[in-house]
Write a new protein. Sequence first.
Length: 361
Amino acid sequence: MVTALKIKNFRCFENFSIENLTPITIIGGKNNSGKTALLEAFVVPLSVNFPSVFWDLLNFRNIGVNITTPTQLWNPLFYNMSDTENFSIQIFQDNNETVNFTASKSYGGIVERNGAKKRLFSQESSKFFSSLNVKLDNGMYKNNGTYSLPNQLSNTANRIEFKSDSNVSKIPLPYGAVTLCRSVTTTRTSVAESISQMSLDKHKKDLLVDTMKNFDSHISDVNMILDNGSPYIYVTLDSGKYIPISYMGDGINKAVEILVDILNLPNGILLIDEVENGFHYSLYQSLMKVFCQTALDVHCQIILTSHNRDFIEATLRAMEEIERLDDLSYQRLGFYKGQRKPFLFSGESLFSAFESNMEMR
């Protein structure tokens, strides 16, 4: 489990640290306080085996992928998109091990267009850079490497190459997996395939069905069905009728995705931005009770962002109901002497804040 994080020159964070992270951690704060950037700071060091993460971060922020230069792709990662030459992220774990990640700019790349080689970037002529150098020490493995775009750049380029100094194809990571999700989407193909596998596990299947009953009490079963070779999720109603889950609204789709992600992330980390989006406020507590209890059972750490007071209180009540209040914390991002800073509320102090009607969002 991650217990603390230190960031230098990444996104909006010049020099930032956050401590006392718990199995269920809520990140709050006003707009532009750095909530989403904080989630991204977990993703980059723990996704070194997946260079596509940089494209994923663009999609996560709803930015188009019409990217043709390294500067366009990587410069936004550096503090305030400035001339900062490097950024670093340290992730501290409860086993006293630390993940150390550093990224720096590399200049002087040569790209090829229309069959002709052309030096587009040089340190002397501009601040555009050609590739991203990284250093990783995750307690299990040390490695240096370089991310670069293909030599042939185009508006459709969506591939990133990673060359390791030790020429290894996969770097052991300290977690089974890390998943970052945000907007309400039609349930992914991978979720449908997971549900098919869960059909052999009655407990997981019942958990899915009970969660979906929050949205429609007539749901009696859920299955994956192949249609023209593609997997789709169908729910069964008491009447025996089958309905594609994609037609049942954003809320139920998002709830199923979150629950499946938790079940697929034992000893992993699930990061959720604006988690309450798509859910009616009346469902907050019942859903968070299921999500939190399941996550604690499989040792999946959940770090989520929200500035919705009703949702924060509902999560507090859910954790109280399952008698795991000590595993909850709320970290509100704010400013102190011009610097971003987290303000910690434990589960108990969060109770006091609500009772005194304190503004903590």
